[in-house]
Write a protein that binds this ligand. Structure first.
Ligand code: ADP
Ligand code: MG
Length: 727
């Protein structure tokens, strides 16, 4: 019965690392060869066309049709030197991954054909994309969504296709993707930050948000992967008894990278570098066969594109090395889950990191302003930050006792906490006396020194300050980072806009600028105190403490998503022109529906595997054991019972577990039916969560017990020890 499992294990025994030789040992020799970057633009575009493209990249200026024609011709000429035959608009629909539709450069002409790629084709396309999620915005009969070129993210080549990063919107202008709202949210926070910068430094002409993601993933051998229908269908193991050794010895974490994995990583990194994705870091993660890759940080729009590309590349290159890359947040129970840390900051065009403490009191007041306002933003909109990371997969991390908890809080370290406490204590109503001000500024002036030996690290906080950036750790490994970044940038825009208004009000009332800033900062510190937590975020005592503080602990996706439709959510997203009401509601619908579908697929897959694979081997085991009992009876006659007792115990235990599984699987089926007829996506999702997903653990318990009883030779799917420890 277990033929597929053993065939897969046989294959794994023969695997060897597949080393590939990179194009050069100097990465700089081939870095970006597959990207139509500035260097290539300079080579292929004339001066005035280049200028208009650069103006569009830097200031968002429109590119006219004439220039677009030239850019398209240049892209085509460059791409054809690299053997490219097709082009594709590359976009990020709400499925969470990327989409592409390839069109050929070739056009029939006269009796022959020619290669053509015009400005029109570059700038806009109308993919027949009626089946992408749209939450009711686009009726299928209209079926008209269009993609539009985003010149700020460079075109690149994958295989023999020129990929053009684009936004994806409905015919009536609503966003159907992640890129559109991300660009709007980034513009909002840029403007709000620029307004604040006027207090400190008038030479700055642009502020951008930076994102450095860290991507965790698991590798499993592709033969073993294919032998587990649950991995194939759902990306995670629905059952599997834990192996005797797990991650308790910590012998994988930061250990030497296994050879096969290393060969894969080198190959993968080469592909990243050719595409100008600046990956720099690789290491083993906590769980066996779990790894991480991280790049240098970049401007957020580009960083998001690069992460999407990386997720595709991981899978593509993985296949070449007979690995399947698991991006799911929790592929293996009892092992650490995978996240995608989003390191976030703000930077000026003059090269200043606004979350980096400066060198004198003045620049440190600037640092404190952005730092404290980030905490304020998180406090004001913690609900939205929770909603933004909600997904069926991430529920296994956030709801459980691992990874950052579902309670949103921030860790800033003892040193900075002390400074905030001091501001709170020393700033009082009215203007500060010159002595008081000197005192405060002296104190603030010491920030760089204390930061130097600030080795405070807290891995249990969902949102930790790590010296010169905030690290949002609760993002799921399979998510599009844009989701978290759209929210982050919008709430920061809201907070900074409010801050500016308050400060200006005090200035108008006659306060000095610095005094006014100190006053409003103090108010933010006082108001947002409850969101700051320095202790162990995984502990039960924190859950209790958080409840006392009035912080929410929403453990499941359908409930967390409800925050998207709150009054505040509607207000900020529309105020900063990120989402209109209709768009927000559509996104909410899509997210609820996605959750429901994920749980539905898991539930069906579970059912099929139990009925088709698990029960048959359990019953076969029973039959074999009963054969022994019959044999014992034949040999020993009436006294057989003395010997058959242990065997009968096995037979009985199997019967009980089989019955329990049958009952629960049937119950699960009935609950699905009941949920499916509910009228709204949200109600369906909630019913699936409460009545279907809640059965997974009890069902799994029975299956895992059976795994221990049934003969290893019969067990139909690869076991945990095989998937996690066979190299
Ligand atoms: P770790 O958090 O694992 O200790 P690092 O502090 O070196 O590692 O950085 C982790 C990630 O943070 C990297 O992807 C890096 O590019 C990113 N990062 C560093 N500085 C910034 C910044 N100013 N803005 C955004 N991301 C940053
Ligand atoms: Mg980190």
């Amino acid at each position: 019965m277990a033929t597929l499992r053993f065939a897969a294990l046989d294959k794994v025994l023969d695997r060897q690392p597949q080393w590939k030789t990179p194009p050069s040992s100097k990465i700089s020799d081939f870095y970006g060869v597959n990207v139509f970057d500035l260097e290539k633009m300079k080579e292929y575009l004339s001066g005035n066309i280049l200028e208009s493209v650069l103006a569009s990249i830097e200031k968002g200026a429109r590119i006219d049709r004439f220039a677009a024609d030239h850019v398209a011709a240049a892209m085509k000429a460059w791409a054809m030197t690299k053997g490219v035959t097709h082009y594709s608009h590359w976009f990020q629909p709400l499925t969470g991954r990327t989409a592409e539709k390839h069109d050929s450069f070739m056009q029939p002409s006269g009796n022959g054909a020619m290669e053509r790629f015009g400005g029109g084709q570059l700038v806009q396309q109308e993919p027949d994309a009626s089946s992408f999620p749209n939450g009711g915005i686009r009726n299928t009969f209209e079926a008209r969504g269009y993609t539009a070129w985003d010149p700020s993210s460079p075109a690149f080549i994958i295989g023999k296709t020129l990929c053009i990063p684009t936004i994806f919107v409905s015919y009536t202008g609503e966003a159907l993707d992640y890129k559109t709202p991300l660009m709007k949210a980034s513009a909002a926070v840029e403007k709000a930050s620029m307004d604040i910068m006027k207090y400190f430094d008038k030479s700055v002409s642009k502020v951008v948000t930076t994102l450095g993601w860290e991507q965790e993933y698991f590798l499993v051998d592709s033969a073993l992967f294919k032998a587990r229908p649950d991995l194939v269908m759902t990306g995670r193991t629905l059952f599997g008894h834990s192996s005797s050794k797990g991650q308790q010895l910590d012998d994988h974490y930061f250990g030497s990278i296994p050879e096969r994995a290393m060969a894969f990583m080198q190959d993968f990194e080469t592909e990243c570098h050719k595409l100008g994705v600046p990956v720099t870091t690789r290491h083993n993660e906590v769980a066996p066969n779990q790894f991480e890759v991280a790049p240098m940080f970049e401007e957020v729009n580009r960083a998001v594109d690069h992460n999407q590309l990386v997720m595709d590349l991981l899978e593509k290159v993985g296949n070449k090395h007979d690995f399947h890359v698991l991006l799911h947040e929790k592929p293996f129970q009892g092992m650490n889950g995978s996240g995608k840390h989003n390191n976030w900051s703000l930077a000026t065009d003059t090269g200043i990191n606004l979350l980096s403490p400066g060198v004198n009191p003045k620049t440190n007041l600037r640092f404190l302003t952005f730092f404290i306002n980030t905490i304020g933003a998180l406090h004001r909109h913690d609900d939205l930050m929770r909603a933004t990371i909600a997904s069926a997969g991430n529920d296994h991390r956030l709801g459980a006792n691992e990874a950052p908890p579902a309670i949103i809080s921030t860790f800033i370290g003892t040193q900075l906490s002390a400074i905030l406490d001091e501001i709170e204590a020393k700033v009082h109503k009215g203007n500060l006396s010159p002595d008081e001000k000197t005192d405060l500024k002296l104190r603030i002036g010491k920030i760089p020194d204390i930061m130097l030996d600030n080795t405070d690290r807290n891995r249990t906080s969902p949102f930790a300050f790590t010296g010169n950036k905030f690290e949002f750790r609760a993002v799921g490994s399979a998510a599009n980072c844009a989701s978290a970044m759209i929210t982050m940038n919008t709430i920061m825009a809201d907070q900074l806009t409010w801050f500016k208004k308050e400060v200006d009000l005090l200035i108008k009332k006659g306060q000095k600028k610095d005094d006014a800033i100190f006053h409003v900062l103090k108010q933010v510190i006082v108001d947002s105190k409850r969101i700051r937590f320095e202790g162990d975020g995984y502990s039960d005592s924190w859950a209790k403490e958080a409840e006392k503080r009035g912080l929410k602990n929403v453990k499941t996706t359908p409930d967390a998503l409800d925050f998207m439709l709150s009054k505040e959510s509607r207000r900020i997203f529309s105020e900063f022109d990120v989402f209109g009401e209709k768009e927000l509601e559509a996104r909410y619908e899509i997210a609820q529906e996605f959750y429901r579908m994920k749980i539905q697929i898991e539930s069906r897959c579970f059912q099929d595997m139990i009925l088709n694979q698990i029960l048959p081997v359990a019953i076969e085991q029973q039959r074999r054991t009963l054969d022994v009992v019959i044999g014992l009876k034949e040999v020993y006659g009436a006294s057989y019972k003395k010997f058959a007792d242990p065997h009968l115990k096995i037979v009985e235990e199997i019967s009980e577990r089989v019955r329990s599984l049958q009952d629960k699987v049937e119950q699960m089926r009935q609950e699905r039916k009941k949920a499916n007829i509910l009228a709204h996506s949200a109600d369906q999702a909630k019913a699936y969560c409460k009545n279907v997903a809640s059965l997974f653990d009890p069902i799994r318990y029975e299956v895992d017990k059976l795994e221990l009883i049934v003969d290893n030779e019969l067990w139909p799917v690869p076991k945990y020890r095989e998937m996690l420890f066979t190299k």
